[in-house]
Each structure stands twice: as structure tokens, then as C-alpha cells.
Design a protein around this ligand. Sequence first.
Ligand code: PEP
Length: 251
Amino acid sequence: MRKPLVAGNWKMHGSRQQLDSLLGGLIDGLSDNATAEVLVCPAFVYLHEASARLGDSAIELGAQNVCAQAGEGAFTGEISAAMLADIKCRYVIVGHSERRAIYAESDEQVAKKFVAAQAAGLIPVLCVGETLDERESGATEAVVARQLDAVLDEAGVAAFSQSVLAYEPVWAIGTGKTASPDQAQQVHGFIRSKIAEKDVKIAGLLRILYGGSVKPGNAAEIFAMADVDGGLIGGASLKVDDFLAIVRAAG
Ligand code: PEP
């Protein structure tokens, strides 16, 4: 059984005050018997405070990015995976499409971040997904395969047993356009079958999240698809009631 995971990517939003009220609302609003695992990913500067605020609550903490270099050293402005682990982050998002598109992160850099995260004991949430042009030219599976292959080549399939994948069609992120449940299922099924070519057991246990304009009104139908194991939520995760409704839709 794959336990659903609902992750909030708060991106470059918020303030200390907003963080406090968001986390407080989530801690109060989540029932103890929620079946989905919940993860929040605030901006770096708020992670330490969020870690203390979450205390022993069941909500997990993650970062939105990590340095590809292991260990420490002269990498001005970077944050290492070990530093994230030190402040009790459990997850880190790697390869978000905004990092790939705006900061020109290559498939190879993303793969190195995946490896660096795992070396420090973090669980990478690896994002893959196609742009609108790529979808319209029929290249969706080729793009997703290329992004996955870069990580498979660098880390090996066994590493996927300690990771989460997120299918995030770029055209659906922050646009209000959501993939239909069938479109999501098709790519999730493709991702799982691609991992299964290398290891059926790991593929069967791998959680694959959907991300792209998930809202309380469309979450349940997307999460109901066979290969969708929860969501990576941007905009709607900044509103306590919406995020809680999405968590409930996941189980
Ligand atoms: C995201 O940032 O990963 C995301 C899916 O954003 P949104 O839910 O706002 O589309």
C-alpha cells in the first residue's frame, strides 16, 4: 500500500507572521487519524522556525531546493543537504520546473541534487513534466523519460525506493489549467512502468504525486486515479482551508 502524500510548496511567499498562522492552522486542522502524510516546504529562511513550530506534530518539513555539492565548502549562497537534515527537514524538492526553467538547472544537476539529498538522509521529491509545446508536439513521454533517465543513470534504480516523484506538467503550474484525471493517469502510469522496467517492486511502492493547479474542487478526482498517490500543491497550499480540504481528498 502506498500512503498518500500531500505536499505544500510555498515557494517565495509569506512572512514569519504568515508562516506562524499557516502552520498553526494546519496543526489545529489536521485530525490525528488523517490517512495522508502531510509535508510543507517553506522558503529556506523560515525552515528553522517552522521546524520548531511543528515540534512533534505529524506534519513533515521539506525544503524547495538544495545544493548539488555534498559536504561543505566555498559555495557562497548555497544550502547543503546536511544543513537541511540538521534542522530536521525530511524531504527536499529537486527539479521543480521553475528551477529548471528560470535557473537553467539541467537534468544532470537535478540528478546530482537527488544524490546529494539522499546522501544526507533526505527524501528527494523529484519533479518531472513537459511544457505545453512539448505536449502539443507529442513529446510528453520522451521528455519525462529523459528527466527520469538522468536520475536513474546517476543514482540507480535502488535509490528510487527512498524517493518520491511528482509529475508536474509545466503548463498546469500556477495557470489554473489542470491536467484531466485521464491525462494525469496516463503519465503517472508511464512513469511507474518505466521504473518497473528496472525494478517491479520499487515501482509498485513508489509514490507519484500530481502537481499543477490542484484545488479543493478537483483534488478528489485526480487522487482517485490508480497511479496518483497524492499531490504537490502550490497556490492552494497557502490557504489553510483549501490545503486541509485537499489533504482530506487524498484520504
Ligand atoms: C507547484 O508549485 O509545484 C504547483 C503545482 O503550483 P500550483 O499548485 O499553484 O499550480
